[in-house]
Design a protein around this ligand. Structure first.
Ligand code: BG6
Length: 517
């Protein structure tokens, strides 16, 4: 049993605490970043790799080869890395550590379309491995590129046999396809070259500590599992709210919208974790099998059901935390008559023995009042009103998994208000990750990188899962694509979305846990 005191206040000490050995990479590694000079490399990947290095988690001989165009000189790329760490890791910016980190990184010019450039990359990897004294190195190819380049890169890796001559893994960012058809095509293309065990489809939500805690909480405590079903749970709410707009991602967002950006992946994964059956063992394939069963049990909606159960929104101008903000249609690279939804609320049903009749309400959107990501499980009211009408207002028990702004899990219970009579007093029993482990939490990208380096696929999406998730959102996308431009904008920036989102629950006699009303 790990006790809190042992890890309080320090980055987990690998010598002292054997439980932490999982968090450290020992085997030599060559990490190739396609798109190494791009935005994702700058904002996420290099900062995550640097933090792993800084905290000694990357405790092995490693080389990072960044590949892409335009070609950057060593000085230019050094500057790029420094900017990245300064902007995104300023808390751990240390000249001497950064210097040795940079010594392990090299940039090479590579045109994704040119097969012979991949041969040069291959030679580079072979030479690097020779210098490291390894005959068959572990190589991770990270596709930090816009989705349209994925297939070309994969084909060129295949033509050069770069998936075979090394112990290779490939990491891909979402979106995995644009719809079911393109996802199937993309998956076919990848599987022509890589085995499924080599493919790491990353969804950063699965790297969040509270998200992983959902399964631990469910299957590590015996008191909840007997209640975890339609007999005791009234409904489930999932909210992924953001106060930011689309920023400089207008072009990406116009193509994808909220359904492809958040619902098809993050929200589907959250639904699966909350509702899946216990796996027979806690291993990647068994966990992923159970998730796929959930995706398959989600009721597929007809066009009519989508109109009844799904609410679409797009933000107009408004105010957030006292600042005036523009409407979506005025963002850079967004069409003036855009019909892209930036908000979606919906009611889903997992049609299986355990969940039949328990609605799962989800909502997600940009330019909502604040960043709030949570899963809320509301239990049924007690069967009898023993405390008579004085207690009509008794709150149902609720279990909250909060991912943002704080990572916490809490249970709402009713106690007796002191004094004569029986009046209810709501209390919260809470466990807050950040208060308890102030420096010990691994940010999600780092966690997922470690898993990939170790070859653990548990937190990555599998082919059948991705395709089943697309099947669930396709009917919604079809209706969304027909929305006339006059329908939008239909919610003010800084509000909790269109009024229909509130009505969706109201007509079932329920309300959002947080809705500002
Ligand atoms: C990404 C989306 O996957 O998740 C972004 O592309 C969104 O649009 C982001 O802002 C939200 O992630 P998080 O971890 O901040 O909730």
């Amino acid at each position: 049993m790990i006790n809190k005191k042992e890890i309080e206040g320090k980055i987990i000490d690998k010598e002292k605490y054997s439980f932490a050995s999982d968090n450290f990479i020992k085997e030599p590694l060559i990490f190739v970043i396609f798109g190494g000079g791009g935005d994702l490399a700058k904002r996420k990947l290099l900062p995550a790799l640097y933090r792993l290095y800084f905290n000694d988690r990357l405790d092995c001989e490693f080389k990072i080869i960044s590949a892409g165009l335009p070609e950057l000189s060593p000085e230019q790329y050094n500057h790029f890395i420094e900017e990245s760490i300064e902007n995104y890791n300023s808390d751990i910016y240390e000249e001497n550590i950064l210097k040795t980190f940079k010594e392990n990184i090299e940039f090479i010019g590579l045109d994704f379309e040119v097969e012979s450039d991949f041969n040069s990359l291959k030679q580079k990897i072979i030479k690097t491995a020779d210098l490291m004294n390894i005959s068959k190195p572990n190589v991770i190819y990270y596709l930090a590129v816009p989705p349209q380049f994925s297939e070309t890169i994969i084909n060129n890796l295949g033509k050069n046999k770069m998936q075979k001559i090394f112990n290779a893994r490939i990491v891909m960012e979402k979106p995995f396809g644009y719809d079911l058809k393109s996802a199937v095509r993309l998956n076919n293309e990848i599987q022509d070259v890589f085995n499924e065990e080599q493919i790491y489809r990353i969804d950063h939500y699965l790297g969040k500590e509270t998200v992983q805690n959902i399964l631990f909480f469910r299957f590590g405590n015996s008191i909840f599992e007997p209640l975890w079903n339609r007999s005791h749970i009234d409904h489930i709410q999932i909210t992924v709210a953001e106060s930011i707009g689309v920023g400089n991602r207008g072009e990406f967002y116009e193509e994808n919208g909220v359904i492809r950006d958040i619902v098809q992946n993050h929200i589907m994964q959250l639904i699966a974790l909350v509702t899946m059956e216990p796996p027979v063992i806690f291993e990647a394939e068994e966990i992923r099998d159970e998730k796929v069963k959930v995706f398959k049990s989600l009721e597929k909606m007809s066009e009519e059901e989508v109109s009844k159960n799904i609410v679409f929104g797009q933000y107009g101008s408004g105010e957030i935390s006292g600042d005036k903000v523009e409407s979506y249609r005025k963002e850079d690279n967004v069409d003036t008559y855009s019909t892209t939804p930036t908000f979606m609320a919906g009611k889903f049903n997992v049609n299986n023995w355990r969940w039949s009749g328990v609605p799962i309400y989800v909502r997600t959107g940009k330019r909502l009042p604040n960043k709030l990501t949570e899963i809320y499980i509301e239990f049924k009211q007690p069967p009898l009103k023993l405390f008579e009408n004085k207690c009509d207002e008794i709150n149902p028990n609720g279990l909250l998994f909060s991912l943002q702004p704080v990572e916490k899990t809490s249970l709402e219970l009713n106690m007796k208000l002191p004094g004569v009579g029986n009046l209810p007093y709501s209390v919260e029993m809470a466990f807050n990750y950040n208060e308890e482990f102030d420096t010990g939490l691994l940010p999600s990208y780092e966690r997922l990188l470690i898993d990939c380096m170790k070859g653990d696929l548990t937190l990555f999406a599998r082919r059948d899962g991705v395709e089943a998730m697309w099947e669930n959102v396709e009917p919604i996308l079809e209706v969304a694509e027909e929305i006339p431009h006059k329908y939008f904008p239909n919610y003010k920036a800084g509000s909790w979305g269109p009024t229909e989102s509130h009505k969706l629950l109201k007509k079932d006699g329920r309300k959002w846990r947080v809705d500002g009303e």
